[in-house]
Design a protein around this ligand. Structure first.
Ligand code: BGC
Length: 748
């Protein structure tokens, strides 16, 4: 096996320091794991590799117990089948948020069962907390990842990590299936909003900041817990846009676009990786030895454990027909490198793997390897010596955390169009608010909110505000709602047009109803006719229309956006999103979000911003409705004086770049400066430009600041002809705003 190093220079992006103390504690943990492993039976070992859904231990939902666990079922799982991990909120498939009290009782009950086992190995309970502790009632629910990317603010992502971890720990939860490090380059994919967008560098910075906030330096700290990178790798790029369908990603593209975020997550210390539920180049994620072992272990040096995605080992047989039986599926997956199986509803994995080891088809050494990895993480996370749970007061839904969330929401909203300064609105303006997205909290949050699909409006907290209610709260004029109470309700066009006549301006809220995973599959990015009809009717009134879009992926709004003076792209701004949008509409907050994706002009116009020269050659063009990085402010900024410290740089040397940013308008505002690189000529075609650094700063009117960037040599690298990451001598361009500077890489 040839071991290539693909991650030479990430240190400047990701601080992965390993202190003397950490080394000592790693040695200590290593000894404990070896001792424990030597006293385990084969059954106990294979149990550790088994993860079951709550349904396996749950009482029927109708009983509505405060502790919804069925003791006999739990003991069967933990005592008889030695299961090492349980996941999910009660009750699959709806999965509903529980109170802190219920979670605590559940966690106590589960650990009490583990205490009764011979070796008292704790169970690790995992949960999807993808934008805050979304399965705990009244938690702080942040903007979804696509919005966090639009903030271009790693500090907010770090804080989201801190707050999410703290709130999970208050409830006693132990492991978070987050962040998604898949790159969002397929706009149809219904999980686009779970990604940090189309750019590798932006996703790397936002994702690793989240991990650091969530895990801190010590996974066993009372307010920290492990994350899980998902879904390794290539899941996000289905060729037909449907969830869980094939991707075709050549090795170069894989290494250029899809591996770096995972590598950065590994370096940032995430101890678990969830496997791609679909397939790449004809090989299902769960059968891919090359990805799971050669690259993840051999090249990236990942030491934690891998967990399958939902039922995906079984599906190697039942869906993919890659295996001739469920037993063969287990063998293929375990030998490919899957350490833990999210089975999730039975003990088949446990039983089949037991048979496979007994018959010698799976070597015991592979079991010992997987179990050691799982036990190591359990020790690292402090599960063997649990700390007292954090108190709810001061740690859960604090005023400070809610304020951070509101700030994240504000910074995540993109003002895409503001012709004739139609925005901000005056507080005494009479506003007609309309459209199915105007008066729902679910539409601000999307999937994985209170329930899996996020669409149970009646379960949403009563004290949070929809866009309509937030506008009403701030207004000194008249704010009226009409037309389309939800995505399924009919819109009374005539009544809405009538209502518009007595108002000065229309805030038209369109978008998508919430969804998660395969349930969100669509055949076209086009908006449904009912919403387009409403938009046309509103435009025809002649009143100024502000379009506000709430959605998980860029639905085509071109015909509407071109005819209205104001466009706000809200994506999924979370529980404070209604207030944040009202803050921006009224100018109480100066918008600064920037697009983390290219917003397509038409359904098939899905070229990303870092397109190759051939994509803008002859008839080909990059012509999105709004480009990557687009986002307006109520003030204006100018960048000038872009300079590279040296125009000849030695190979291996860092590149120092600086540029002035000036607030040329009359309001204080934040601006993100984006620094792009172009490799002028290379042995493999290179993107027209690629983001290599960014910085967000706040400036008062008239204020100028000089921003300094230091690019590591890694920034010049790419995957060469022989699929190794290389740097080639030659000329490069650096770009910010309208300026370009050149430099050459001259010596070996
Ligand atoms: C999803 C994962 C999730 C898992 C557990 C799967 O269906 O693909 O993202 O973590 O379920 O809920």
């Amino acid at each position: 096996m040839q071991i290539k190093s693909i991650g030479l220079f990430f240190t400047l992006y990701v601080i992965a320091g390993c202190s003397v103390n950490a080394q000592e504690s790693n040695r200590e943990i290593g000894n404990k794991v070896r001792n424990l492993l030597s006293s385990m039976t084969l059954e106990e070992k294979i149990g550790q590799m088994t993860q079951v859904d709550f349904a396996v231990i749950g009482a029927p939902e109708q009983l509505n117990l405060e502790n919804p666990i069925d003791q006999a079922k739990l003991e069967d799982a933990v005592l008889n089948h030695h299961v090492g991990s349980i996941l999910n909120a009660p009750y699959t498939p709806h999965n509903k948020a529980q109170s802190i009290e219920t979670w605590r009782k559940m966690m106590r009950t589960v650990q009490a069962a583990a205490e009764k086992t011979r070796l008292k190995i704790p169970v690790i309970y995992g949960i999807d907390a993808v934008h805050g502790a979304n399965y705990t009632q009244n938690s702080v629910l942040f903007p979804q990842a696509i919005n966090m990317a639009a903030t271009f603010n790693p500090e907010l992502s770090f804080k989201e990590g801190e707050i999410t971890a703290r709130e999970l720990r208050v409830a006693g939860l132990q492991w978070n299936f987050s962040p998604v490090m898949d790159i969002g380059r397929q706009p149809l994919w219904p999980r686009l909003w779970e990604t940090y967008g189309e750019d590798v560098y932006l996703a790397t910075v936002l994702g690793t900041s989240f991990i650091k906030g969530h895990q801190g330096d010590d996974l066993s700290a009372a307010d920290k817990l492990p994350t899980c990178l998902k879904h390794y790798v290539g899941y996000s790029f289905p060729i037909n846009g449907k969830d869980r369908t094939p991707a075709w990603i050549g090795e170069r593209m894989l290494r250029e676009y899809f591996l770096p975020t995972f590598e950065a997550g590994v370096k940032a210390g995430t101890p678990a990786v969830m496997v791609n539920s679909a397939e790449v180049d004809g090989i299902p994620g769960h059968a891919n030895y090359h990805y799971l072992t050669t690259i993840l272990r051999g090249e990236m040096g990942f030491k934690g454990f891998t967990v399958s995605d939902w039922e995906d080992i079984k599906r190697l047989y039942s869906r993919d027909k890659l295996a001739a039986s469920e037993k063969e599926a287990v063998k293929i997956a375990v030998l490919a490198g899957v350490d833990m199986s999210m089975v999730p509803f039975d003990f088949s994995f446990y039983e089949l793997l037991l048979e496979l080891v007994k018959s010698g088809e799976v070597p015991l050494s592979r079991i010992d390897e997987a179990v050691s990895r799982i036990l190591t993480v359990k020790y690292q996370a402090g599960l063997f010596e649990p700390k007292p749970l954090l108190a709810e007061a001061g740690n859960f839904a604090t005023a400070e955390a809610i304020e951070t969330n509101r700030q994240a929401a504000r910074e995540s909203i993109v003002l895409a169009k503001n012709d004739g300064h139609v925005l901000p609105l005056k507080k005494d303006a009479n506003i007609l608010v309309t459209g199915p997205a105007a008066n729902l909290l679910s539409v601000l949050n999307g999937g994985w909110t209170i329930t899996w699909q996020g669409d149970q409006e009646s379960l949403y907290p009563r004290d949070k505000l929809t866009i309509f209610k937030a506008l009403q709260k701030k207004s000194t004029g008249k704010v009226t709602y009409a037309g389309g109470a939800s995505f399924d309700a009919p819109i009374d066009l005539q009544k809405t047009v009538e209502a518009a006549k007595t108002h000065d301006v229309i805030v038209l809220c369109l978008g998508e109803k919430p969804y998660a995973e395969t349930q969100g599959n669509i055949d076209s990015l086009t908006l449904d006719q009912a919403q387009l009809d409403l938009a046309n009717a509103m435009i025809a009134t002649g009143k100024p229309v502000i379009l506000v879009v709430l959605e998980g992926r860029p639905r085509i709004i071109t015909p509407v956006a071109e005819q209205v003076p104001g466009v706000i792209l809200g994506f999924l701004p979370g529980m404070e999103g209604g207030e944040a949008i009202a803050d921006i509409l009224y100018g109480d907050y100066n918008p600064n979000g920037k697009l983390p994706i290219s917003y397509p002009r038409s359904t098939n116009g899905i070229t990303p911003y870092d397109y190759k020269p051939i994509e803008s050659f002859e008839q080909n063009t990059y012509n999105p409705l709004y480009p990557f990085g687009h986002g307006l402010s109520y003030t204006s900024f100018e960048t000038s004086g872009l300079r590279v410290e040296k125009d000849k740089i030695n190979k291996g040397e860092a590149i120092k770049v600086s540029v002035n940013v000036k607030n040329t308008g009359s309001l204080t505002g934040k601006e993100t400066v984006l620094l792009y690189l172009n490799d002028v000529a290379a042995s493999v075609t290179r993107p027209n430009k690629q983001l290599k650094a960014f910085k967000k700063i706040e400036l008062d009117p008239g204020q100028t600041e000089r921003i300094n960037f230091t690019l590591p040599p890694y920034a010049l690298s790419f995957i060469g002809v022989d699929l190794e990451r290389i740097v080639e001598l030659g000329d490069f361009k650096l770009m910010t705003g309208n300026e370009t500077v050149n430099f050459s890489l001259t010596k070996q």
